[in-house]
Design a protein around this ligand. Structure first.
Ligand code: GDG
Length: 467
């Protein structure tokens, strides 16, 4: 690569060698090819500040932070990003809260960040922007005169054309995306929805090579299904620790769910399905306990607070109706657990339940598979509406709105013969390995280089040989 890679994400890790997942993959990518990681500083400031500042321990690449004011946090982050874009992308138009202040805050943060990035980016550099917080960043960077390559990756579902109507007029998604060179999405279904949006746009033309031309810009749209750091997760699941002790305290079989407490994750219906399973279960069968880890998320947004109350009530109801003096069927932990403990719990659990109404990918589904003992694996019950279902077709796929179907799937999973469990696990594990997060980031960066070589800048021998 001729220039450096500049990664932009809302959050930025402070430690020099972060563990696991997306953060690890981006860290590794930057470590290998060098560059800068830019993200927001966790501490808010009173007044907007100019320029980016060094952040955290410096690794083999630079980490720079931009500062958000309290008003930015409320309007850009909690407001437009998480009370407009997040619900629109997760098919919850009913939860959208429109507010001119949110729109202005979102536009202002993106414009300010673009100016700050332009100060450290040269024309040879390649910028990789992450997620819905920064849809308009390429448009703002182009306004500063930046002509280099800019890629975007959306971690959450691409909204359906009908749902885009809930966005305010100022949100010009087709133009925002056309100002990138490569738009990366999680699944083939996301790509189809994105192209449908462009099809409805009078200015967009579809080119022979599959790219979309919109005004003077040409953009490629492709899926890059994200994955996990498979080897490190397999290792974590096999580690010894207090997780085993905790799991051994639970009598009978274990069902596990792990999700940020978010309305897109389908937790109330999951609890109802578990309650329904307990109702239909034969008293002579082994006891089954479900553990739901649901760390807090965006609690300042009212829809999240309401969901928390709803879940607390449901947990009380399920345990009140089905619990015994010596058995609490549903354990709900509203805290963040240590990653290794989580991995050991996945391995101990006979069933992993992942039942979102909408989810870009869902890494928990892949982590659950990776954590299993190949000789005695558990079964994944997976919503067909999670991005992960596009590849993990050998999981038990369910409709997250159908309580009865989910309850039956729990029963099927808990009674599945070993041979079938092994066969389903092997098929899923092959897919989990095929989408390892390091391969994901390499593949994205390579494609962005190629895109740029054919579409934006003249190809040089160096770029060609690396691609
Ligand atoms: C977005 C998209 C897409 C959860 N609880 C604890 C904990 N976690 C970890 C899980 C997993 C991660 O958080 C959650 O990832 P998901 O993919 O399931 O969901 P989102 O947070 O919504 O992520 C999603 C993802 O971006 C990546 O592109 O897949 O669709 O919505 O890794 O293990 N980790 C620890 N303690 C917890 O209590 N240590």
């Amino acid at each position: 690569m001729a220039g450096k890679l500049i990664v932009i994400s809302n959050r930025i890790p402070s430690e020099a060698a972060p563990a696991g997942g997306l953060v690890f993959a981006l860290h590794e990518t930057l470590r290998k090819i060098g560059g800068i990681w830019i993200g927001s500083h966790p501490d808010l400031v009173e007044e907007p500040t100019d320029g980016l500042s060094p952040y955290g321990e410096q690794a083999q690449y630079e980490r720079l932070a931009f500062r958000l004011t309290r008003a930015d946090y409320e309007n850009f982050y909690l407001g437009f990003s998480n009370s407009v874009l997040w619900p629109v992308c997760h098919r919850r138009g009913d939860l959208v809260q429109l507010d001119r202040g949110y729109e202005e805050g979102y536009a202002a943060v993106n414009a300010r960040l673009a100016r700050q990035v332009a100060e450290v980016a040269g024309a040879e550099d390649m910028i990789w922007v992450h997620d819905y917080h920064f849809f308009p960043l390429a448009s703002e960077l182009r306004k500063t005169g930046f002509t280099g390559k800019i890629g975007f990756f959306l971690h959450i579902p691409f909204p359906a054309l009908g749902d885009l109507g809930a966005l305010p007029r100022a949100a010009n998604l087709p133009q925002w995306l056309a100002d990138y060179d490569l738009v990366g999405l999680q699944t083939r279904a996301d790509v189809a929805r994105c192209l449908e949006m462009f099809r409805a746009e009078s200015k967009a033309e579809f080119m022979m090579d599959g790219t979309v031309k919109c005004g003077s810009r040409t953009v490629a749209v492709q899926s890059f299904p994200i994955g996990i750091d498979v080897d490190s997760f397999v290792k974590a699941a096999q580690s010894d620790g207090q997780g085993d002790k905790l799991a051994d305290d639970m009598s009978g079989d274990l069902v596990i769910g792990v999700d940020r407490l978010d309305y897109s994750k389908g937790l109330p219906n999951r609890f109802r399905a578990f309650g329904r399973y307990l109702e239909t279960r034969d008293e002579r069968e082994r006891r089954v306990s479900m553990v739901q880890i649901a760390p807090p998320s965006r609690e300042e947004v009212s829809a999240y607070r309401e969901l928390r109350y709803e879940l607390e009530e449901l947990v009380g109801r399920v345990n009140g109706e089905h619990g015994e003096i010596d058995w609490t069927p549903l354990r709900y932990i509203h805290r963040n657990l240590d990653r290794d403990l989580l991995a050991r719990l996945y391995r101990r659990a006979r069933v992993g339940v992942v039942t979102p109404f909408a989810d870009g990918m869902n890494l928990v589904a892949k982590e659950y598979i990776a954590a299993q003992d190949p000789e005695d694996p558990g079964v994944l019950v997976l919503s067909h509406m999670a991005g992960a279902a596009e590849d993990l077709t050998e999981a038990l796929l369910v409709n997250p709105y159908d309580i009865e179907e989910m309850s039956e799937a729990l029963k099927t999973a808990l009674t599945m013969p070993l041979e079938e469990r092994k066969q389903r696990y092997a098929a899923c594990m092959e897919q989990v390995r095929a989408t390892d997060v390091t391969k994901w980031s390499q593949s994205y960066v390579r494609t962005l280089q190629k895109c740029a070589a054919t579409l934006v800048v003249k190809p040089t021998p160096r770029v060609k040989s690396e691609a």
